[in-house]
Each structure stands twice: as C-alpha cells, then as structure tokens.
Design a protein around this ligand. Structure first.
Ligand SMILES: [Zn+2]
Length: 340
C-alpha cells in the first residue's frame, strides 16, 4: 500500500519519511534559508534544497539532488519558486501509485518583488500552507507601491543618514536592490548582509553595496551622509540617532516589515512600511483558489483563523497543529483527525 501520512513529514510505503523543514526523515526538505526552517539541516541526513539555500546557510555535505529523492521514495518531485526570499522553494510531490499529490509551501509570497518572482502554484490534492498573515487584518500594498512610498518618504525627510532595517537574510538584500534602483545610491551594509549579497551576485542579482568594515565603507560613514541597511535590532534607532547628533546630522530609521500594518513599531524605528516576504490575507486566499485542494493544512501564524475562513468558503481545512500524529490518518486518503 502506497500512502503518505502527514506530520512534519510525509511517509511513503509506511516507512520512508520525507521531512518538511524538520529533522525527522530519511531525507529532509529545507524550503529556504531562514533560521526557523534551515535549523533542520544536519550533515548526517540527506537534504533536498535549492543550491542558493545550501550556499547561504553554508550546508557542508549530504545535499542531494531531486532525482535521488525521487528514486528513493518512488515519487515525482518538483521544487517550485516560493516567491519568499532568494532561493526559497516549495515542494510539490506526486505519488503516481497512489494517484495523489501534496504541495508543501514553506513560506510564500504570491506577488513579484524587486528580487524575486511570485510563488508558482499547482493544482493539488493536499495543500500544506504558510499562514503567517492568515488574518483579514493583514493586507499589504503591492511591493512596488511600497518602494515608491519609501522613496517619497526619504525625499521629503532629506536625512543625512538613513537606516533601512529588515531581516538580514532576504529582506536586507531586497532593500539593497531598492536603494540601488529607486534612490540610485549604494548602501552601507554589515558583514553578514554583505555575505548574502555576494552569494546573490553569483546568481547575477547585481546588488551594489559597501561593507561597513571596508575602507570605502568606513570612509563613506565618516562623511556622515549615507544610507545604511541593518538588521532590526532594538538598539539601532537609538545608536544611529546619537551618532547623528554628535555629527550634527539628521537621521531617520525605517523598518520594512509586514507587521507594520498592525503593530506599533515606534520603539524600533521612526517609520515602518508594510513590505513583506509573505502573502497577505488576500494572496493566501488567491493561492488556495489557484491550487484548488481537497484538503488544506494551515501551518504557522493565524492557522485557526485562516482554516475557519476556508471552511466557511467551502474548502476542507484544519490548523496543522490539530492533526494528530499518533493516529493512522493518511494525507492522501483524505482522512483527517481533529483533536477535541
Ligand atoms: Zn521565511
């Protein structure tokens, strides 16, 4: 009997496990380089991921190609663009013996942005979907509209020092590209952000930046007129403002994150813009519609709220945490167990 069970892994032939951003598997799939997904890597376990993800996270050994995983499980695998950060993939599995398919999204964004094309979709029997912003309160403008808003904000403020903050893997590089293209400037970035930029440039992303520790970077900062890109640490706003004060310069700090639509981020930054690597609520609904699944498993974020919405819209959806791993439910047989 050829079945797949769903927990943090898929099971084939009752024994062979394919881990989903989890260490539990004979082979594991790592969707992208963010730490909450890539932590699952161990060089002792065969890992399926994109070349970009392996390089950004410096995976050193046991990264296999798709063919090896397909042969091991006797299935068809497609790694689809996730539209999330650079190199992020979704896993689409077709089990031809069982005649069923599963799409595991990892983190996704449906819209294009300045560095990545939006997520691909597939018609699938089962869909395991990222619901980070799966609540109708979270609606984002188009990324290109946000870039324009950020550019206008910068032009109006005319700061000497402007710090754009974003997650150092993915968002920071999007901000580098934004500064290059919309402001026609070369930003100063820290060593980690620079390392990821260099990897992306190997793939022809053409990011222009100055590393803070380089001679040119130090020289630029000494002049007291520059754009910096930084991780969103609590101390960044305070540090840059006191530095600017000493130099008698004007400084503004900007934070790019999807949480900007709801949360008060004034302790972290002077201004926040809703630039996200994830789908907003409407994109998630659109994504589900395009995949037309029989079952939806809502993972991460507003899982319960999004599952309720889908159930009211005629889908069959459950929060992932309510799937019961102890029971012999199978993803492909459309049997779902729900904890009371
Ligand atoms: Zn992510």
């Amino acid at each position: 009997m050829h079945t797949m069970k769903m927990f943090d892994y898929l099971v084939f032939n009752e024994e062979k496990k394919l881990g989903l951003d989890s260490r539990e598997g004979n082979i594991i799939f790592i969707s992208h380089a963010h730490a909450d997904h890539a932590y699952a890597y161990s060089k002792k376990i065969k890992t399926l991921c994109s070349a970009e993800t392996a390089e950004i996270r410096s995976f050193n050994g046991n990264v296999i190609d798709k063919k090896e995983a397909e042969n091991y499980f006797n299935i068809e695998i497609e790694l689809l663009n996730a539209g999330h950060m650079f190199g992020a993939k979704q896993l689409f599995v077709k089990d031809n013996l069982a005649g069923k398919s599963v799409l595991y999204t990892g983190d996704i964004r449906l819209r294009d942005n300045i560095v990545t094309k939006g997520a691909e979709t597939r018609q699938t029997d089962s869909l395991i979907i990222d619901c980070t912003y799966g609540s109708p309160e979270y609606l984002f403008p188009e990324p290109f509209e946000v870039y324009e808003q950020m550019r206008k904000f910068y032009m109006n403020e005319k700061p000497d020092i402007c710090v754009f903050m974003g997650y150092p893997t993915g968002k920071a590089q999007e901000l580098v590209k934004f500064v290059n293209e919309y402001m026609k400037e070369i930003p100063v970035v820290d060593t980690y952000i620079a390392k990821v930029c260099r990897i992306m440039n190997k793939y022809n992303m053409k990011l222009e930046f100055l590393e803070t520790t380089s001679e040119e970077g130090l020289e630029t900062m000494k002049k007291g007129r520059y754009i910096a890109i930084s991780s969103p640490f609590w101390h960044i706003k305070k540090n840059f403002h006191s530095l600017a004060q000493k130099l008698n310069k004007k400084c503004v700090t900007v934070y790019a994150t999807g949480w900007a639509v709801k949360k008060d981020l004034s302790r972290i930054c002077d201004k926040a813009f809703p630039l996200s690597d994830h789908c907003d609520f409407n994109e998630l609904v659109e994504f589900v519609k395009l995949c037309n699944p029989k079952n939806v498993y809502c993972k991460y974020g507003f899982t319960r709220e999004f599952a309720n919405y889908l159930n009211r819209s005629g889908y069959r959806a459950i929060p992932y945490e309510e799937t019961n791993a102890k029971q012999t439910t199978t993803l492909l047989e459309n049997q779902i167990s729900i904890k009371e």
